[in-house]
Ligand binder design. Structure first.
Ligand code: RP5
Length: 166
């Protein structure tokens, strides 16, 4: 992701094992026709890749960064420290502590460098994509319309009768 990008969202994650979770974000971005690039960028295994990505993100045309990681999840905070772009952090559910480690690592940023933090796991990944859509829709009327339609369809899909299984 060092070449110039024409897509607004960077979808980065600490490991290939995070993709099962982070693809929920990719699906929502696809649904809303928002362009993105997905890439593995590990804070501790590929620190130089992390640095190059985060320092170049704005110049490469990204507007929002979604960063997912699990365990001692430094990735979103490190990325946020290297760019002024909004960073949306997704705590991936870890095996040892069910993602509480990931959540606390991401959400407990000391004052000065913010990371918007979402729910643990797939719900967080999906919501990070929807939040990215909200941010981008501020300057994109067509996307704002697609987002409104998405919400209307979501509402329409919720029936009132709990016994109705159709
Ligand atoms: C973190 O360590 C990754 O974000 C991942 O959630 C976790 C485990 O990584 P693997 O051991 O599966 O590569 O860096």
């Amino acid at each position: 992701m060092t070449a110039s990008s024409s897509v607004p969202v960077a979808l980065v994650m600490g490991s290939r094992s995070d993709w099962a979770t982070m693809q929920r974000a990719a699906e929502k971005l696809d649904e809303l026709a928002i362009g993105y690039e997905a890439r593995i960028v590990s804070a501790h295994r590929t620190p130089e890749r992390l640095y190059d990505f985060a320092k170049g993100a704005e110049m490469n045309g990204f507007k929002v960064i979604i960063a997912g990681a699990g365990g001692a999840a430094h990735l979103p905070g490190m990325v946020a420290s290297l760019t002024r772009l909004p960073v949306l952090g997704v705590p991936v559910q870890s095996r040892a502590l069910s993602g509480q480690d990931s959540l606390y690592s991401i959400v407990q940023m000391p004052a000065g460098i913010p990371v918007a933090t979402f729910a643990i796991g797939e719900a967080g990944a999906a919501n990070a994509a929807l939040f990215a859509a909200s941010i981008l829709s501020l300057g994109d009327a067509a996307l704002a319309e697609r987002l409104a339609t998405f919400r209307l369809r979501q509402s329409d899909a919720v029936g009132e009768d709990p016994r109705d299984d159709s």
